[in-house]
Design a protein around this ligand. Structure first.
Ligand code: UDP
Length: 327
């Protein structure tokens, strides 16, 4: 298939691009390299451009005779979305809607969307099934849910199918340690814990110790980035005209912030200095996937089925790239 991957030089995007290329697809990566990394994707696949430049995207859809779009390009920091919602609505919603409409006009029939467990808000049941109520508790989650709704409306009205993948917490790196997680600024727990272990930052702050969880810290479901990548390829195969698919992608097991930090200490053999801080706005206490649907309907399974296995790959990446893609 000829596939356009927006945000394909980013963390989850670049691992997915690698998987798609290995499976014989023709991939055009569209990325502004603000958060993505040139070194994370093959040079010949990369087109540098901004999502807001809809004419540039339109031209690529036509000239590269694109058959499917995987749309990663988005801002993804929950905390920032609370303090700067306009940035999130503009990038994650307005520009995405423009892209969706150009896809419709150009007859693109398959669309895979990077959604999030943040669309569930504070879940009423755990593990969370796909048909659980979606009531986001932060602007990031609102933007993702709004676009999910737009996709459903488009698929009802036009000859078009989509699959929305609701990622839980992506972690880990390519098995060969060649690509991995590198955000600037880094806000995510797993890379921050490794950096603290390596002495590159003074400590990790635990955001909130008074949650209604066994140890008082937030519980999340960590899934390996390469297992997220395979979910996209399976989704593309499954989408047919009129498909309105939604799948959680997680392992179905939760780990608290303290457990993640302890696991990073076990993997590295190093101490992770920790400070306790207040809650971060917008964080639900527990987000754990029910992954039954994607297992049954797409035949997806996680190659990395434990936190330890996921963190082992991340540690290789952090050791071989102490400055991320900067080195
Ligand atoms: N977290 C933390 N300290 C940090 C970063 C994150 O305690 O410096 C917590 C955060 O509150 C959440 C979990 O770790 O409960 C995972 O956060 P992350 O930002 O990695 O991913 P998110 O869940 O926001 O997608």
């Amino acid at each position: 298939m000829r596939i356009l991957v927006t945000g394909g030089a980013g963390y989850i995007g670049s691992h997915t691009v690698r998987h798609l290329l290995a499976n014989g697809h023709e991939v055009t990566v569209f990325d502004n390299l603000e958060y993505g990394h040139r070194q994370a994707v093959p040079a010949e696949a990369l087109v540098v451009g901004n999502l807001r430049d809809i004419d540039h995207l339109d031209q690529l859809l036509v000239v590269n005779r694109i058959e499917a779009v995987i749309h990663f390009a988005a801002l993804a920091s929950v905390g920032e979305s609370v303090t700067n919602p306009a940035k999130y609505y503009t990038n994650n919603l307005i520009y995405s809607l423009q892209l969706l409409d150009r896809c419709r006009r150009n007859g693109i029939q398959k669309f895979v969307f990077s959604s999030s467990c943040a669309t569930y808000g504070e879940p009423t049941q755990v593990p969370i099934p796909e048909d659980a109520p979606q009531n986001p508790v932060n602007p990031y989650g609102h933007t993702k849910l709004a676009f999910e709704r737009a996709l459903a409306d488009y698929a009802a009205a036009h000859p078009f199918g989509f699959c929305t993948l609701r990622y839980f917490n992506a972690a880990g790196a390519a098995a060969d340690g060649s690509i991995g997680e590198d955000h600037t600024p880094e806000t995510h727990l797993v890379p921050l814990a490794f950096r603290a272990a390596q002495g590159k930052i003074p400590h990790v702050t635990v955001f909130g110790t008074d949650y209604p969880t066994p140890d008082g810290t937030c519980v999340r479901d960590y899934v390996h980035v390469d297992d997220l990548a395979t979910a996209h390829a399976l989704a593309l195969d499954k989408i047919a005209p009129g498909s309105k698919l939604a799948y959680n992608v997680g392992l179905g097991r939760g780990y608290s912030v303290r457990e993640v930090i302890a696991a990073v200490e076990a993997v590295t053999g190093l101490k992770v200095p920790v400070k306790e801080g207040p809650r971060r706005a917008g964080d639900p206490p527990v987000l754990v996937a029910s992954a039954d649907k994607i297992r049954h309907e797409l035949g997806w399974s996680a190659k990395y089925d434990s936190l330890r296995a996921i963190l082992d790959t991340a540690w290789r990446w952090h050791q071989s790239h102490p400055n991320g893609f900067g080195e």
